[in-house]
Ligand binder design. Structure first.
Ligand SMILES: CC(C)(COP(=O)(O)OP(=O)(O)OC[C@H]1O[C@@H](n2cnc3c(N)ncnc32)[C@H](O)[C@@H]1OP(=O)(O)O)[C@@H](O)C(=O)NCCC(=O)NCCS
Length: 162
């Protein structure tokens, strides 16, 4: 693994909007609609802070954001959290960043007494590496909603109990 000085940042800046757009677009995984949703979550946080329900963790190398996670408590639950988004810029994938962002996010959730972390993903074959990534780090499938996103595109829910 190459040497990289990692820094993590939780404060959200307006400049993160454009970088998140670049990161999410670079993965080639998300539709323009999904890209807009990723930005809307940043905007929610910029307007309302943590009260928005969306917290962020940015991983940086030499002041460049290489990946990020967006997570938050699930309203109406005692201690369950959603990991809404995790993405690493295509240029930085398979270098250990995703693993570290996930671990740091889990630590933040644990510090807030979160007990269960849920992640929604798609059943499409394109997402098999993503599903493997979750399984590799202790998440198990707990629900399957057939044809949820579209015919042949089901929703798979993973959970990790802390
Ligand atoms: C999923 C994602 C966040 C992983 O980030 P990453 O920085 O590439 O992951 P890491 O380098 O930390 O990989 C850790 C381990 O996860 C697994 N893994 C990650 N990407 C993988 C891939 N494409 N194929 C197979 N295994 C993979 C491997 O076990 C890997 O360890 P290894 O490199 O020693 O084999 C990143 O690939 C990504 O942004 N994907 C597109 C967006 C996405 O699917 N987001 C989740 C839905 S919101």
């Amino acid at each position: 693994m190459p040497y990289f000085p990692q820094t993590y940042r939780r404060t959200v800046r307006s400049s993160d909007r454009e970088r998140i757009r670049e990161i999410v677009a670079s993965t080639g995984f998300f539709s323009p609609e999904e890209l807009n949703i990723a930005i809307e979550l940043v905007d929610e946080h910029l307007q309302k802070g943590v009260a928005s329900g969306y917290s962020f963790l940015f991983a940086e190398q030499s002041d460049t954001v290489v990946g990020y996670a967006c997570y938050g408590p699930i309203p109406g639950t005692a201690a369950s959290y959603d990991l809404y988004w995790i993405a690493v810029h295509a240029d930085f994938q398979r270098q250990g960043w995703g693993k570290d962002i996930l671990a740091q996010t889990e630590a933040l959730i644990a510090a807030q007494k979160g007990q269960n972390i849920y992640i929604d993903t798609s059943s499409r074959s394109q997402y098999e590496p993503t599903r493997k990534f979750y399984r590799d780090y202790g998440y198990r499938q707990c629900a399957f909603f057939e044809d949820f996103y579209a015919p042949g595109d089901s929703k798979v829910v993973y959970v990790k109990n802390m």
